[in-house]
Design a protein around this ligand. Structure first.
Ligand code: SAH
Length: 221
């Protein structure tokens, strides 16, 4: 049974989040705004933290991992410039929230998570909420997902020491890669594009703080 009062309360919190945290800070892409309005973020956070789901910050989802601040999710997805027919790879499923937001904007999202427990929980929730164009895969996302490559967009939701070569290789011509890169404590969000001559261009999108990307082409531990 849906608790109508709770439902309405969450909806109004989500509307305020989109207006105050996203639009006022310059997230102009209407499709991104609408997707952030539609996804019930409170269901992606642990039950005990539900009342903070629409606050302006990241939240713990267990095992030292976090669900990113709403603004950062919107900012990264806007920068990825998603198109309706795009096939996208996300590295770092976590709660599955960013994958859900992204899935409303593209054709297909493959999302890779190294911790099986997170992957399982996210997969179950996404299925329950009827997201049909998301596939959750357990594995090391620093190696990308060769069997589904190449991708129009790749979104990395954890901080990398260097840009994994596998991800560059699996990017289509005209593709975009969004990745936080730096030390374990602070990173620079980077937009990497591959142009028509397969030339790689990098742009900095500002300072961010993510949990470490751990894997073969990431941090060793
Ligand atoms: N996008 C998520 C937040 C991700 S937190 C959300 O919306 O909730 C970062 C996640 O990346 C963590 O769950 C962590 O376990 C995962 N991760 C770290 N290194 C990884 C790797 N090499 N491959 C896949 N997932 C990784």
């Amino acid at each position: 049974m849906v608790d109508l009062e709770d439902y309405n309360q969450r909806n109004s919190e989500r509307e305020a989040m989109v207006k105050e945290q996203l639009i006022f800070r310059g997230i102009w892409n209407k499709a991104v705004q609408n997707s952030m309005l539609a996804v019930p973020r409170h269901l992606f956070v642990p039950e005990a933290l539900r009342e903070y789901a629409y606050c302006d910050g990241p939240l713990s989802i267990g095992d030292g991992q976090t669900i990113s601040q709403p603004y950062i999710v919107a900012y990264m997805i806007e920068a990825l410039n998603p198109g309706k027919n795009d096939i996208v790879l996300e590295v770092g499923t976590g709660s599955g929230y960013a994958a859900a937001v992204l899935s409303r904007l593209v054709a297909m999202v493959y999302t890779v998570e190294r911790l099986p427990a997170h992957a399982k929980r996210a997969e179950a929730l996404l299925e329950k909420l009827n997201y049909r164009n998301i596939e959750v895969i357990v594995g090391d996302g620093t190696r990308g997902l060769p069997e589904k490559a190449p991708f129009d967009g790749i979104l990395v939701s954890a901080g990398a020491p260097t840009i994994p070569n596998s991800l560059l290789t699996q990017l289509k011509t005209g593709g975009r890669l969004i990745i936080p890169q730096g030390t374990k404590d602070s990173q620079e969000l980077k937009l990497i594009t591959k142009d028509a001559h397969s030339e790689i261009r990098k742009r900095s999108l500002g300072a961010v703080h993510f949990v470490p990307l751990i894997g073969e082409e990431g941090w060793k531990r």
